[in-house]
Design a protein. Structure first.
Length: 149
C-alpha cells in the first residue's frame, strides 16, 4: 500500500475506534475520491438501533448524494471485509476499488467483488485484526447479530 492508501485506511481505523468508544461494533470506513476523503463512517447499528448502518453504509450515507461519475473514481476503505449488503452497495454504485483492512475474522463478498471487476487491496492490517479479535472475544452475541447469525 502506498501513503494515500494508508491515509484512507487510517481514517477508517479512526472511525472503527470511534464506534467502539460509543459502545458499538469497531468497524470503520472512508470514501476517497480524487485523493480527498468525502465520507467517513462507522458501524452504528447499536448506537442508532439500525438494521443497516454497517460502516460502509454509514460512510456512503455521510458522503451524501454524489453523481455516478464520482463513485466510479472512488476508493472505499474498510477495516473489515465487506458483508453481502456492503458488497452490494459497492457494486450498485460502481466503486472500482476497495481497500480492506483485514479479512481473517470475517470474509465477506470479496469473490463476488473480484468477479465483477472490483480491484481489492488486502492490507492485512494488525490493528484491524486486533480490534475485531478483542471485540469478538468480549461481545460474541453482538458480533453474531451484526453478521446475521
Amino acid at each position: 500500500m502506498d501513503a494515500a492508501d494508508q491515509a484512507g485506511l487510517d481514517a477508517a481505523i479512526e472511525e472503527a475506534r470511534a464506534g467502539l468508544a460509543e459502545g458499538g461494533i469497531p468497524i470503520g470506513s472512508a470514501l476517497v475520491i480524487d485523493g480527498e476523503i468525502v465520507g467517513r463512517g462507522h458501524n452504528r447499528r447499536v448506537q442508532e438501533g439500525s438494521v443497516v448502518l454497517h460502516a460502509e453504509m454509514d460512510c456512503l450515507e455521510r458522503a451524501g448524494r454524489l453523481p455516478a461519475s464520482a463513485y466510479r473514481r472512488a476508493t472505499l476503505y474498510t477495516t473489515l471485509s465487506p458483508c453481502d449488503m456492503c458488497t452490494g452497495a459497492v457494486l450498485l454504485y460502481g466503486i472500482p476499488r476497495v481497500v480492506i483492512g483485514e479479512n481473517d475474522t470475517f470474509l465477506g463478498g470479496e469473490a463476488l467483488l473480484e468477479a465483477r471487476g472490483v480491484e481489492l487491496v488486502r492490507a492485512d492490517d494488525a490493528s484491524c485484526k486486533q480490534l475485531m479479535r478483542d471485540f469478538i472475544a468480549t461481545q460474541p452475541e453482538l458480533w453474531n447479530e451484526d453478521i446475521g447469525e
